[in-house]
Design a binder for this molecule. Structure first.
Ligand code: HMG
Ligand code: MG
Length: 288
């Protein structure tokens, strides 16, 4: 099995969506530019969602317009509906992502509709993206547990994952939104999902609330997953999942890959510079 792995950088989106204070647009642009130097293939730059729901990312179009695009890097954005998709396309997003949930409670809290209603909203997004030649990634949230409904049945995760793939998503990122997973529960969830698709179609998205994100990545590596979402400096969380910590830190994940003998083409010095800037952002010490 291949030892080549990838990190999809989540900091500007999953990270900054959860900052209590609004980060100035210029600082977001600077962060993305620093991340562009690290060697990532993909950086999730922002979300085209309702500014009433996520005011932190209300400047999505300005951020996309302000970044210096590096050749070879894809700048992606979350798009929950057609309005979001049109905004992302107009802003030149290289890829978009729709985001569903394996649990009803989180679906209602996060996107104000049921799991099935969300699929109906995603249909036209995928159809239009296909017509425009823009790849669509899918997220499934609460793959281990939901802050509202409790533990999520693994079969439900497998069902929603399969549905998103059948609709045309090229990859599904499985989100342990509240960091509830352990290596054992991660493994049993993945085994259920892998009955319906290949490991190459999946990515791991572990929040580190329970400090087990790295252990859960290790369990997922053992089952063949090679793509992981992570946020520089472990930034973030989800405003609609109370208590959720950020994604696993990108540098810690790189260290884990090194320790386990996996190779990941990222530049550690550039990542350190991006991490330092991120820490200043959180401490409000940045200069514009
Ligand atoms: P709604 O209120 O049900 O929708 O929200 P609506 O269609 O009735 O629209 C309400 C208002 O929002 C209207 O404005 C719309 O025009 C506007 P008004 O008429 O009241 O002035 N609107 C929009 N504005 C800008 N862009 C749009 C858009 N759509 C509607 N795309 C909606 C439904 C989905 C829009 C809302 O619930 C929403 O924006 N939710 C996003 C929540 C979010 O971003 N959560 C965090 C990301 S998910 C996550 O972090 C999990 C993940 O990391 C994986 C994991 O960890 O598990 C991906
Ligand atoms: Mg997340």
């Amino acid at each position: 099995m291949s030892k080549q792995v990838k990190i999809v950088e989540m900091g500007p989106r999953d990270g900054l969506q959860n900052e209590k204070q609004i980060i100035p647009t210029a600082a977001k642009i600077e962060l993305i530019n620093l991340l562009s130097a690290c060697g990532y293939e993909k950086i999730e730059a922002t979300s085209f969602v309702s500014p009433k729901w996520v005011p932190q990312l209300a400047d999505a179009a300005q951020v996309m317009a302000g970044i210096t695009r590096k050749k070879g890097v894809k700048y992606t954005a979350l798009t929950p509906n057609m309005r979001g998709y049109e905004g992302a396309r107009a802003a030149g997003a290289d890829e978009v992502a729709i985001f569903g949930s394996a649990s009803e409670g989180f679906s209602q809290a996060n996107i104000n509709c049921s799991v099935d209603e969300a699929f109906a909203r995603f249909e036209p997004v995928i159809a239009q993206a296909k017509a425009d030649g823009i790849p669509v990634r899918g997220y499934v949230s609460c793959v281990i547990a939901c802050p509202y409904d409790g533990p999520t049945p693994a079969e439900q995760v497998a069902k929603v994952t399969r549905q998103l793939l059948d609709m045309g998503c090229y990859e599904i990122s499985l989100g342990d939104t509240i960091g509830a997973g352990t290596p054992a529960t991660t493994e049993s969830m993945l085994k259920a999902v892998l009955k319906t698709c290949d490991a190459a179609q999946l990515a791991g998205h572990f929040h580190d609330t329970g400090d087990r994100a790295l252990a859960n990545v290790e369990a997922s590596l053992n089952l063949g997953l090679r793509t992981y979402d992570a946020a520089i400096s472990g930034l973030g969380g989800c405003p609609y999942a109370p208590g959720a910590k950020g994604n696993v830190s990108s540098l810690s994940l790189l260290d884990l890959f090194d320790r386990l003998g996996y190779s990941c083409d990222l530049d550690r010095d550039s990542m350190r510079r991006a991490e330092e800037y991120t820490n200043k952002l959180q401490d409000r010490e940045f200069e514009l």
